[in-house]
Design a protein. Sequence first.
Lengths: 482, 259
Amino acid sequence: MAVTSKYFSGAEKPHETQHEEEDDPRQYLMYDPKPRGEMNQMVMESMTTTSWKFWVVFGILSVLVATCFFYAWGYMISEGLWVAGVMRPSYWGIFLVNTVFWIGISHAGTFISAILRVFKAEFRRPFTRAAELMTTFGLIQAGASIFMHLGRVWLAYWLFPIPNERQLWPNFHSPLMWDLLAITTYVLGSTMYLFLPLIPDLAMARDRSTGWRKIFYRVLALGFRGTEGEWRHLQTAMNFFAFAIIPVMFSVHTIVSWDFAMAMRPGWSSTVFGPYFVLGALHSGMGAVAIVLFVMRYTMKHMDYFIRKEHFDALGKLMLIVTFAYSYFFFNDYIVQWYGGDKWTDILLHWLEAGPMAWMFYQLILFNIVIPPLTLWNKKIRQTPWMLALIGLIINVGMYWERYLIIPVMLTINRMPFTWKLYEPRIEVFLTIGTFSMFLLFYMIASRLIPLIPVWEVQEGQMTHTLRKVGKTHVPTVSEFE
Amino acid sequence: MMTIDLNRIGAKGAIAEEAEGKWGMVIDQDICTGCQACVAACAMENNISFVGEEDAGYGRTQHWIRIERFWEGEYPEVKATAFQPMLCQQCGHAPCEPVCPVFATPHSSAEQINLQVYNRCVGTRYCANNCPYQVRSFNWRDYHTQPFLANEVNGKLVFTLHNQFNPDVTVRRRGVMEKCTFCIQRIHQAQDKAKSEGREVEDGEFTTACAQACPANAITFGRLDHHESLVSQLAHQDRGVKHLEELNTLPRVTYLKEG
């Protein structure tokens, strides 16, 4: 890798800086390379530099996980599901809301790392890993939420097709069964897809650490030395997984939506639920990536070099597109159902727009459909990290409301008016806090253990991007790898 | 009139079994007084838990049959409509059956009713969500051993209901779904008795607990596929309606109501 900063010495001439700052190509990570050793050192430092604030947050989250996740769940297992708020007719409550929400969050990781990798979108390079981690950790929370929801969780292994002496098999007609298989596939696939691009970085970390870290990285790096053959094999494997995981990603959320769409309930049996849920997942996932990037940039060392305005800008554009696509499916779902004129659907829609949970319905429209397009068109807003993170947070609140409306609130209305009753969450609130804390805790631990920036990907990108001197100006050029 | 056998032409999923079914029930809403005797009798016959005031108020009653009351009109001019006893309709095409991931809700081919296998159920509660009649009840906790539902006698907790458990019916533990079984234990008892005597089960020889307890004789139980049986004749009256028939669930319970 012969790229050094010598190409850019010319860019510091006074007549060049008179240009508008926006035209300076060095504001882009790809045209602002650092020597390889220095960049590796920066990433190592970002992992090993830990301030007291980290440990304070870490302690708070650990306590929350211990109490709100493990204690609350144990209490619920020992007492029974009556400590939760589920009842007739809302047999499914926040647990399933959390499941759908976390699977939604997990979608952005695959989308960013697989789809953008396949389409060679260069802005993805510094944050593919951060997004992939969201996939894995989000799916852990989704799985935990499903098991929390079971009446007899200690028998959950009956859901798996394990050979047994009675030859009892799970029911493959059940959408829950499809769900389980899809999520298991997705967990395995996305974890492998997280691990493969991590190997070169682990090897880099192995060569630059001592003590227990050295042992840790040596085990995980699988003896990667960076030879030509190893790179070729790795690229082949990553290519394979990048293409294979895209259909899995789309199918998982479609299948999650089938849990609802296959049921015979007003509001649920909607044929557009598949794409609607996929877009909803991307919508919340992109928002979550914005939050993660913001937190990374401002809490970890050297991250302002890797995560720049251009990345927030690109992510903002992506969020804007996803918002439009989501809005299309949102109106498609609600308006087509309304147009159908089914008696129970009419009652349900009236209940949503004028019932006690109407505030949630209007917030959902405001947060998911109105605010993002009104703000994200503006380049200044897109390039301001805290504003983008705030919009991401708003979108995520809106998406949580969306799932809350679809599950417990829509379940209130069924074809037996005698049973109508509004769901009130009880212990679910603590368990929700528990899953969120656990996700953040995992993320914090991961940020200390594995390089959150895929260094080799950034370096690879910087090798292909160069500024060529043409006459008196420097022209950014990109060459194709492979 | 020519009829097409859907099973023969390959549309097997369309109508899996005869629409009329085997065991069935007729409930006459015109003579139901709403006295809830059927609810009490069902609870005693089938070991249904008493859940206490708070849980019942929150929608966690366990009753397999409930009396629904509705009102018509706006506030000053309210008119009560006929009482509507609602129980599992033992659908021929039950929406609850295919959604169970562990086969805890199979369809009985012998009795042609929906079964609930308590010791197979893991409590996903999908069946209850998918039941358009909302007649499945979930064991939110072990109500039969809850201290707050017991009487305290001389400093000792006495679970009075334990003394009247029906030995023919399982006491369900928490975390499983349950529902009306058309008193399948009674069906089997009558069948065994008839078999030992070398005859068929006669119409009216036995009945379900709810039908037995009904003081107005509003509930009739029997064979729907025997056209001379009382229940079959009642079900084919002009005033017979089936609930949510448009969903093609093929319910086995017919409601009689003045047109």
